[in-house]
Ligand binder design. Structure first.
Ligand code: JFZ
Length: 463
């Protein structure tokens, strides 16, 4: 069969589609991420959205889990490097062959309690796992689609069920990622550019009807996720692609009908959803809307057996601080193996983040963005409690001369102390700000926290 023809057809159709694809005002493809500063639109009163988001905004830090058939051999397939969790697409593995991976998928070392314990020990307050990634394989018991982990693997267990229960036991919120506009198992899922569709089993994009997939698979599986596992705190949709505004609205209505407290991210599409997603990057400054940065611990979302480039704990902590100082959430990813284990280096680095959080978590949880545009030596988060405001100064670069200058800070300073020890620090008010005398050695070389309690309004700017 002429293999180039489908590409030509698909390409032409994709080009046609892309002409009326959802695009951002700047013309870039609308991935659902609303990076362009556009406000998310919502039919709900802002106070209602804020109420739903309250626990999430206070939590600040969660665990993302990418786990699926691609993990069986670390994103390799029959010795070929599948590059990422997109392995099926990268290697154009026919669905009937990719599905056979499930025949051997038997993660006997999986322990939901262990995974949740790792997240909790890191200081994470919520967990979101891929319930169905782009390959279309459900990592949960899905009565509407036999293409799932309970039906098709020798393991026959439901990790979504077990993790939801373990999260409830250990006090974490639980949520599910769901690939909305990409599904390489279903014949009716065209994508914006055709490039991210399954064009090797289903070559003709023009014959694909998203509405059939939406009715046949998306709505039934979202209903299953929201009725089989107790409270689902977040539905983390991905790649909305060809979903219409009406379908996004219909999906939100279904979710709110089943679980009104379930938070929905912006990748539900069409600038809807409760919060914006920033993937693998931290915005320069905060944002008007609630937002979350999601990031990998190495270079891959799914388990990639040859990727040992783990981000140093210093980077992880400083990313968390940077994100919180801008009012965002940090969703940090692990990619468990086909045996059901979170890779050792991931566990170790998360353990070290947890050590930092046990001392400094007060300066992250329940805080909002700090008032400073830029601090040369670190970041600042803020917590308001009635008339008292606490500014948490996160010092990355400890001053060598023992003097930490806080530009423009004025107001009724009640106390300044090291968070780690409670040791009070002396200060001097200069015309351009506050000078804090600090000990020679920082309490923590990654990021040391100084708590500045201010009564009344925090005033910034020179006299
Ligand atoms: C998507 C997935 O393709 C990927 O496998 C992973 O699950 C990630 C969290 O989400 O990747 C994206 C989605 C959107 C953008 C970039 C990568 N985007 O908006 O630029």
């Amino acid at each position: 069969m002429n293999r180039t023809l489908p590409w030509l057809l698909g390409g032409a159709f994709a080009f046609a589609l892309s002409l009326n694809a959802q695009t951002n005002p700047d013309g870039s493809a609308d991935t659902g991420d609303a990076h362009d500063g556009q406000k998310l639109v919502s039919s709900e009163p802002p106070a209602q959205v804020a109420k739903r988001l309250q626990w999430w905004s206070e939590a600040r830090f969660g665990m993302f889990i990418h786990w699926g058939l691609y993990a069986q051999d670390g994103c390799f397939y029959k010795g070929q490097d599948g590059k990422t969790e997109h392995m099926m697409r990268h290697l154009q593995i026919p669905l009937k062959d990719y599905a056979k991976i499930a025949d051997d998928f038997n993660p006997v070392k999986f322990s939901a309690d262990e995974w949740v314990g790792i997240a909790k020990n890191a200081g994470m307050k919520y967990m979101i796992i891929t319930s169905k990634h782009h390959d279309g394989f459900a990592m949960f018991n899905s009565p509407s689609s036999d293409y799932n982990i309970v039906k098709r693997t020798p393991w026959k267990r439901d990790p979504v069920k077990e993790l939801a229960e373990a999260c409830r036991k250990q006090g974490l919120k639980f949520g599910a990622y769901y690939s909305l506009g990409r599904d390489w198992e279903d014949p009716d899922v065209p994508t914006r550019d055709g490039y991210r569709s399954n064009t090797w089993d289903f070559p003709d994009e023009s014959k694909k009807d998203f509405s059939k997939y939406f009715e046949r698979k998306v709505k039934p599986q979202v209903r299953e996720l929201l009725t089989q596992y107790g409270p689902i705190a977040v539905l983390w949709f991905d790649t909305p692609e060809r979903i219409s505004k009406k379908q996004s609205e219909e999906l939100i209505a279904l979710i709110h009908q089943l679980q009104p407290d379930c938070i929905i991210n912006a990748r539900v599409g069409n600038r809807l959803g409760d919060y914006a997603v920033s993937e693998q990057k931290i915005p320069e400054s905060g944002d008007v809307k609630p937002w979350e940065t999601c990031m990998t611990l190495n270079g891959h979302w799914g388990y990639k057996k040859d990727d040992e480039k783990w981000k140093p704990t210093e980077t992880l902590v400083r990313n968390l601080v940077d994100i919180a100082s801008k009012g965002g959430n940090f969703l940090l990813n692990v990619g468990p193996t086909g045996e059901g284990l979170i890779p050792g280096p991931s566990v170790q680095h998360l353990r070290e983040v947890g050590e930092w959080m046990r001392v400094n978590g007060e300066a992250i949880y329940g805080t909002t963005a700090g008032p400073f545009a830029k601090l040369d030596w670190g970041r600042c988060t803020k917590k308001v409690n009635g008339k008292e405001t606490t500014l948490y100064l996160h010092v990355f670069d400890w001053p060598k001369d023992g003097k930490l200058f806080v530009p423009g800070l004025r107001g009724q300073i009640e106390s300044v102390s090291l968070l780690a020890t409670g040791k009070r620090l002396s200060t001097a008010v200069s015309e351009n700000g506050l000078v804090i005398t600090v000990p020679e050695t920082a309490p923590n070389k990654i990021s040391a926290t100084i708590a500045v309690k201010v009564s009344g309004p925090v005033i910034l700017g020179a006299k």
